[in-house]
Ligand binder design. Structure first.
Ligand code: SF4
Length: 364
């Protein structure tokens, strides 16, 4: 592996699979719902896909800007392979322009940078670090989906699973590709997808493509799905928007889909905003329960009782959590409540290896 910082005037990366040639000579990228139509020599909004020699290239193919071992609960994912260690990687670039982005140094970097790693080297690193899964995260993974797919196929050969932490601003083409290698996805809403919020603070015209992505994943794949919703105080905490999102999840995806309401903290261009009041998060949680969702959680509030999984039947604490750690596990071998036998829809058994490890950084 070697570190690179090259100009995109060279032909870097790899030809993109998700591209359509247009009659006007431009090339349409179908990796995300921006659907950029790109002329020769230019790049798309994400900054890492562009047209060279009349073809679309993924310039960051094989360039990993960061890699960490995290517990799966940090994604957050709570109903898939709990307690496992995840090797989390990212490239530069993003298709969103979030003013609150915690990873803006990576996501808003419109440069082709990173450690050169083949898909096999990514998987070897995951194995070496004792990971059970690979997460494509920190920036939007659909923008580098061809690289993620090749890593993911290699990962399956070593019995390592694959997770997207995605904003869900995808297309039928990218969902179809996800179906070839992805095991789990957590789709991150922000401000419950309210139109005014996503226009002003994310830079997209509407959240409609995210809802379409979720239906496409439901209909065309078997990917385990969880939902998160970042609640931003004052501007992204509308309770009616949250109700609409919860109703969509209940009606279209079902009552067993986990939903996580995450606490905002000030970052990037939104340093003037405070942390989300706990009471606001609790109101969102109450709406989810009222709309019939059985597994609603609060995130980024370590020690809060709504981090736990409660049995929908007897209301016992089925899984006790503190932050990303799992305390008591009150399920039997079939993941049924120890108290009343109700089946909790969790894929996999508890793996305790990760909760004892500190997070640490592997790459830059
Ligand atoms: S992935 Fe990038 S180039 Fe492709 S449509 Fe989205 S923003 Fe545009």
């Amino acid at each position: 592996m070697q570190r690179s910082n090259s100009s995109i005037n060279e032909v870097l990366g790899k030809k993109a699979e998700l591209q359509v040639k247009l009659p006007n000579g431009r090339i349409k990228c179908t990796a995300c719902a921006r659907l950029c139509e790109i002329p020769e020599g230019k790049i798309g909004l994400c900054g890492i896909r562009g047209v060279t020699n009349n073809s679309l290239y993924l310039y960051v193919y094989g360039r990993v800007i960061t890699g960490h071992i995290d517990p799966i609960e940090k994604k957050p994912v709570t109903h898939y392979r709990p307690g496992t260690a995840i090797y989390s990687i990212a490239t530069t670039g993003c298709n969103w322009l979030c003013k609150y982005c915690q990873n803006y140094d990576i996501s808003q970097r419109r440069k082709i940078e990173g450690v050169e790693m083949t898909p096999k080297q990514v998987v070897d690193m995951a194995v070496e670090q004792g990971a059970h899964g690979i997460a494509y995260t920190y920036n939007e993974p659909s923008i580098f989906i061809e690289f993620a797919k090749d890593c993911g196929i290699e990962a399956h050969k070593k019995s390592i699973f694959n997770i997207f932490v995605s904003n869900g601003y995808d297309t039928p083409d990218s969902v179809s590709m996800m179906g070839k290698f992805l095991d789990c996805i957590t789709v991150d809403f922000k401000g419950s997808g309210k139109q005014e919020f996503v226009r002003q603070y994310i830079g997209i015209p509407s959240a409609d493509p995210i809802f379409e992505t979720l239906k496409e994943i439901r209909d065309k794949t078997s990917i385990h799905t969880e939902i998160t919703d970042l609640i931003v105080p004052q501007v992204g905490d509308d309770l009616e928007a949250a109700r609409k999102l919860c109703k969509f999840v209940y009606d279209e995806l079902g009552p067993d889909i986990p939903i996580h309401f995450l606490r905002f903290h000030p970052d990037y261009k939104m340093m003037d905003f405070g942390r989300t009041p706990i009471e606001t998060l609790e109101k969102h949680h109450a709406i989810a329960k009222k709309e019939g969702l059985k597994y609603a959680y609060l995130g980024n509030v370590p020690g809060h009782p709504l981090e736990h999984t409660y049995c929908p039947e007897c209301n016992c604490v089925a899984i006790e959590r503190y932050g990303y750690s799992i305390g008591s596990w009150n399920l039997d071998n079939n993941n049924c409540c120890n108290n009343c036998g109700y089946p909790i829809p969790i894929i996999g058994k508890l793996n305790r290896s990760t909760s004892r490890r500190n997070l640490f950084q592997i790459l830059q």
